[in-house]
Design a protein around this ligand. Structure first.
Ligand code: MRU
Length: 351
């Protein structure tokens, strides 16, 4: 049975427990992860997914890898830990939280004074710290997003895309965290959840989370968003982010860019909710964000059924980039801000 609220990643009895997100909504299954290779596989196959959750999972993957290194020599230990980092970095390219969390774990390894055993303990503390921090950050994002909501109507209809909920974070969610805070304060009428082709994170995960908590949710196919906006059904759009460039251009699940264009055309505010760790200040613009390309079977197959003739070619990018000028505000743990205001947080993120 899922806990309420949902926590997708749990550290228990020296192992990581992950909700298998590939099996929701019909099967609630928990997978045990006991080594870094299993964690790399879980990230790659999307048992765990969503930018902040991938970061937390990678941090635990680093610890599991570290725990299994059999040397008492510090230098050898750090060299072998770099190999674990390499394995985990190869899992998914777009969500910067993965690389951020791995860098933070390596920093711990480099800076902790003491024996290899002390280093291992410090790495576990860091991974747990990243997880606890993410939950707190999501709650702050939720409250900052609530404050940024349009004053009217009193009860809002919010359109969401993909899943940026508890399942995509340590808990509570970013975009769905704002939805949760809005619901708690009785400012939410309902969400319209886009199903999010091709993997259907909106239908399978966002709708599932809402049903768990009794948040009213109407599921639409992605190509219904314009019509719903035109009919006046949508008061705001709220999405998450996988990587935000220094100028505010935002990579998120493929299809987000179209929703942003539609929101602009209908004069509806378009919000991005994300922790500051999702901002990659090393990339000046969104054109430089690496976009994951995924297997064509996600396009040509629904369940066991192949939906197109043989001889067709495919293109399956997992993410797109919404230009900063289409974003009304980016909602972070430090408040809601215009994309250009992110610059004030351009500090060395690991400092
Ligand atoms: O491919 P996924 O399911 O990992 O993509 C997830 C998204 O695009 C989310 O919107 C994003 O990671 C934000 S999660 C808080």
């Amino acid at each position: 049975m899922p806990s309420n609220p949902v926590y997708p990643i749990v550290w228990r009895d020296d192992r990581v427990l992950l909700i298998d997100q590939t099996r929701l909504p019909h099967n609630y299954t928990v997978v045990e992860i006991k080594c870094c290779e299993d964690m790399a596989r879980a990230i790659r196959t999307m048992i765990v997914r969503g930018a902040p959750a991938i970061g937390v999972a990678a941090a635990y993957g680093m610890y599991l890898g570290a725990r299994d290194i059999k040397t008492a020599d510090r230098e050898t230990f750090v060299t072998e830990l770099e190999e674990v980092a390499k394995l985990l970095r190869q899992t998914r390219p777009t969500a910067v939280n993965l690389f951020w969390a791995i860098a933070r774990m390596l920093k711990t390894a480099h800076e902790t004074i003491g024996s290899v055993d002390q280093l291992k303990t410090a790495l576990l503390v860091t991974a747990q710290g990243i997880q606890v921090e993410d939950l707190e950050i999501c709650k702050a994002i939720g409250d900052n997003g609530l404050a940024a909501m349009p004053a009217t109507p009193e009860k809002l209809c919010i359109l969401t895309y993909c899943n940026a909920g508890s399942l995509a974070t340590a808990g509570y969610g970013t975009a769905l965290g704002v939805v949760r805070s809005t619901w708690r304060e009785k400012r939410l009428a309902r969400i319209y959840a886009c199903e999010t082709r091709p993997r259907l994170q909106g239908a399978k995960l966002t709708a599932w989370e809402c049903v768990q908590e009794g948040i009213p949710v109407t599921l639409i196919t992605d190509n219904m968003a314009a019509h719903c906006m035109h009919q006046g059904l949508i008061d705001a759009v709220m999405v998450g982010a996988d990587r935000i460039a220094a100028n505010g251009d935002t990579a998120n699940k493929i299809g987000t860019y179209s929703v942003a264009l539609l929101a602009k055309a209908h004069n509806i505010p378009f919000f991005v909710a994300a922790p500051l760790s999702t901002v990659d200040f090393d990339l000046p613009t969104g054109d430089l964000i690496p976009i994951e390309e995924r297997h064509p079977s996600e396009i040509y197959q629904i369940g066991e059924t192949v939906t197109c003739p043989t001889g067709v070619e495919f293109y399956n990018p997992g993410f797109d980039v919404t230009p900063a000028e289409l974003i009304s505000a980016i909602i972070t743990e430090k408040g809601a801000m215009r994309p250009e205001e992110l610059q004030q947080f351009r500090v060395k993120q690991l400092a």
